[in-house]
Design a protein around this ligand. Structure first.
Ligand SMILES: NC(=O)c1ccc[n+]([C@@H]2O[C@H](COP(=O)([O-])OP(=O)(O)OC[C@H]3O[C@@H](n4cnc5c(N)ncnc54)[C@H](OP(=O)(O)O)[C@@H]3O)[C@@H](O)[C@H]2O)c1
Length: 171
């Protein structure tokens, strides 16, 4: 099963100014909705409070500090071939060992501080760019789609797809 982390970030790697921020600066919501519609989306309790209205038509799993990622993903992989991890930073950190893909949209902003993509956790992932998609209706925003290439720790098997590097206007 592909476990896809999907997030809008600043250039310096933040996803929000603080844990309670409703992130109105993101310009890729339509793409997020298109890509996740009909899929399972895993979010942390803080994120759910900030974007629950945007998450209709998806199977939403809201996690808390006691949730076990391995249990959740093992159950999901019985019926799904992919799912999305959609923040926030604490949730991304909790699931990082299982992530197979990252869909990141860097925005031309610098916060200097806030909630990091992987909040306050030391993480090392080797990733490879697979594709970059222009975010429709935006001024030169791209969603960069990476695959994770070091998967020693994961208990979910990784399906490595053929690598296609380059830019595309397709979603
Ligand atoms: N830019 C983007 O694309 C994007 C995407 C998603 C979210 N965000 C933003 O990210 C922010 C939220 O991120 P976040 O990292 O603060 O929250 P989060 O990951 O959404 O939720 C916090 C999670 O961490 C758990 N937790 C809290 N304290 C903990 C502790 N001491 N030990 C272990 N687990 C703990 C919570 O469980 P409990 O419920 O048990 O406390 C919950 O599961 C919001 O501003 C949201 O808008 C941005």
């Amino acid at each position: 099963m592909r476990v896809i982390l999907i997030c809008a970030t600043t250039i310096d790697g933040f996803i929000a100014k603080d844990s309670n921020e409703i992130t109105r600066w993101t310009k890729d919501l339509a793409l997020f909705k298109k890509q996740t519609r009909g899929c399972t989306v895993i979010v942390g309790s803080k994120t759910y409070k900030t974007i629950q209205n945007e998450l209709k038509d998806r199977n939403i799993i809201v996690i808390n500090r006691n949730s076990d990622p391995n249990t959740i993903l093992n159950k999901l992989k019985e019926t799904e071939d992919k799912c999305f991890i959609a923040g926030g930073g604490k949730t991304n950190s909790k699931f990082y060992k299982y992530i197979t893909d990252l869909y990141l949209t860097p925005h031309p902003l610098i916060f200097g501080d806030g909630v990091g993509l992987f909040d306050k956790t030391k993480i090392e992932l080797n990733i490879k760019l697979k594709k970059a998609i222009k975010v429709k209706g935006s001024d030169n925003l791209y969603q960069y789609q990476y695959i994770v290439t070091n998967k020693q720790n994961t208990e979910i098997p990784l399906i490595i797809e053929d690598l296609i590097c380059g830019f595309s206007n397709n979603t």
